[in-house]
Write a protein that binds this ligand. Sequence first.
Ligand SMILES: [Zn+2]
Length: 176
Amino acid sequence: MSSWSEIAREVERRAEGRCEYCRMHQSLQGATFHVEHIVPRCLGGLSELENLAWACPSCNLHKSNRVEAEVPGSSETVSLFNPRTDKWDENFCWDDFCITGRTPVGQATVAALSLNHERRIKVRQAEAMFGLFPPEASGTLSLPTLSSPVVSAPCVWYDRARSQRQARATFFGGTR
Ligand SMILES: [Zn+2]
């Protein structure tokens, strides 16, 4: 792999078209997502796959060249979520259309990248109407099988039909 366009294609393919921070799908967006340097170049980050992530413009702009942020409600500063070394499902979960941080890293990242901005909620509601929300669990999560039922689900899970009903109610003022 040599050229930047080849690297960018591989980053997009690996992310399956979703922002690796907020999990937004590119297909409903007018803008092409960005190849983001997790450790920015100004801090010595390399343009290699292990340091690159697929990010929507909003996450990319909010993150800027930061690598750490304060945990809300505390004076603790932690590393921001790193899509290459941290697992999304361990650091975040869905609470209806909002992202909840499950760890200090998750909480700091939700705040720093403004992951629950009103506009992002609208996008998730629109995604639900097209069957794109909630995102499939990331490949790093081992999904429960029929032979190993989940005893206690750590997050709020719900079916797509319910998401779509909620989204339609929000957009059109009632279920149809
Ligand atoms: Zn994003």
